[in-house]
Design a protein around this ligand. Structure first.
Ligand code: SF4
Ligand code: SF4
Length: 467
């Protein structure tokens, strides 16, 4: 009698979508259906609604999320960050990375199957349009094999048309998250001649999205995505993944009528393989790099189990250790506790930085080539250049004051008006009595005020005569 052996690792030597000659094997996944697929549909509707509504949502007049790499201006949850806040962004990015690692260590690739935009667009939009136009996997395969006739031209043509349209829509959305919805409106309303760069970007993104979803598809997950590539180092045997229970399923064997069954519960119907969008066989073993944990195979197998009157869950969310030992899954492993501690430290540092962050940031430098001057009243004068960045969405009339010395500040020319989300530059004189100074080179602190409110301060040098 065959033993309930754990599958071998031989399958890990090659990619399921590449043949021995190195050519791509096109995946025709069977249309999925089932409880988990329905849940994934609801989750995707919610996420898509949020994604498309995102550019229109504003907090204090600023977008929810805008990553303007062109102007180096970033808005996250309505908070404006400039390149000067780079260290906060780096810390936020590190915190996010640790959170993702922690989440992956515990729950595996739940993100890939349920939240990743690539999976949502591919499986919940483009794939479903393909099923609607070309039919299920057998019909798609037959259509690809048939010579070009009216039916094929019509079906392929309409599919390409709809794919291009949706790619264009996603391209607009993508650009809205980069330049903001107001700028995007201008690009659309003023026409391509007025905004050649913006329109060029729209066309470029459309082409890239179309190429990804019409042709490149699952290869984004199996070849390109760094998160997918790193699964091997983030997951361990305690990680929960979509897994085939080989202890229950093996030895597999076809179901035969009127014959007492001596094999395991897997009837080798191949339904789990046929629905897989990355073309793998989950029965080869848990933690396959190509598995995006989409749960389609769980639904397919549960359907079969119900049909043959066996309990559901031959393929289910489970840890490799639980499958091997039958032990219950535990949350707190040493690795999880270690990552949680690092995450807590990073979150504390990030919160502190965000709470103590100034509304504005000033750079004050002595005007190059200028020494000090003596005023008529005997005070010593230094000339400075000031540049202030506004990190809020409201305009601020600025006044400058010396914080640690007696003296006055006189702004040259107009008063300093700091525009919303903008920068103001100016020139001013600082006048200080000689008795306040310590030698030729004194340190002074200048406060930048919005009305009576001190919004930021900065240190600079003040030159004077030797005492
Ligand atoms: S093996 Fe199952 S969960 Fe993994 S990608 Fe294929 S169908 Fe989805
Ligand atoms: S769907 Fe279930 S029963 Fe059918 S081959 Fe896959 S694991 Fe076996």
């Amino acid at each position: 009698m065959a033993t309930k052996a754990k599958p071998t690792d031989e399958f890990r030597d090659h990619i399921s979508t590449v043949d021995d000659q190195g050519k791509r094997i096109w995946v025709y996944p069977k249309k999925p259906k089932g409880k988990l697929y329905n849940y994934r549909k609801y989750v995707s509707y919610l996420l898509l609604a949020l994604l498309f509504a995102g550019p229109f949502i504003k907090i204090n007049g600023l977008p929810l999320l805008m990553l303007n790499v062109v102007e180096r201006k970033f808005v996250i949850f309505g908070v404006l960050f400039w390149p000067q806040d780079f260290f906060i962004l780096v810390l936020a990015f590190l915190t996010l990375v640790v959170f993702i690692i922690l989440f992956t260590v515990v729950y595996g690739r739940v993100f890939c199957g349920w939240v990743c935009p690539q999976t949502i667009f591919m499986e919940m939009i483009f794939r479903r349009i393909e099923y609607a136009i070309e039919g299920d996997y057998t019909k798609q395969r037959a259509l690809d094999k048939m010579p070009w006739n009216t039916e094929k031209i019509l079906k392929k043509g309409s599919k390409i048309g709809v794919f291009l349209l949706i790619s264009f829509l996603i391209s607009n959305l993508f650009l809205a998250y980069i330049i903001g919805i107001d700028e995007l409106k201008k690009v659309i309303l003023d026409g391509p001649l007025e905004h050649k760069a913006g329109f060029g970007a729209l066309l470029l993104f459309t082409g890239v999205f179309f190429w990804v979803f019409a042709w490149f598809r699952e290869q984004v997950c199996t070849i390109v995505c760094p998160y997918g590539r790193l699964q091997g180092v983030m997951q361990d045997k305690k990680t929960v993944v979509v897994a085939y229970d080989y202890t229950r399923g093996e030895p597999r064997g076809k179901l035969r009528k009127n014959q007492e069954r001596t094999e395991g519960d897997c009837i080798d119907c191949n339904q789990c393989v046929q629905v897989c969008p990355t073309g793998i066989d989950i029965r080869n073993g848990a933690q396959q790099l190509e598995c995006i944990n989409c749960t389609a195979c769980i639904d397919a197998c549960n359907d079969i189990m119900r049909m043959i009157d066996k309990p559901e869950g031959l393929i289910r969310y489970e840890s490799e250790e639980a499958l091997e030992t039958g032990k219950k899954w535990t949350f707190f492993t040493n690795r999880v506790m270690g990552y949680t501690a690092v995450l807590a430290i990073l979150l504390t540092a990030l919160t502190t930085l965000l709470l103590t962050r100034d509304e504005a940031e000033a750079t004050i430098l002595r005007t190059p080539g200028q020494l000090y001057q003596k005023a008529e009243n005997g005070q010593i004068k230094n000339l400075y250049n000031i540049s202030v960045i506004n990190k809020t969405n409201h305009e601020m009339p600025l006044t400058l004051k010396l914080l640690d010395k007696e003296g006055t500040i006189k702004v040259v020319g107009n008063t300093l008006i700091l525009p919303a989300q903008g920068i103001v530059e100016g020139v001013f004189f600082a006048e200080i009595a000689q008795k306040e100074l310590k030698g030729m080179n004194s340190e002074i602190e200048i406060g930048v005020y919005n009305g009576e409110e001190l919004i930021t301060s900065t240190d600079t040098k003040f030159l004077g005569p030797a005492n």
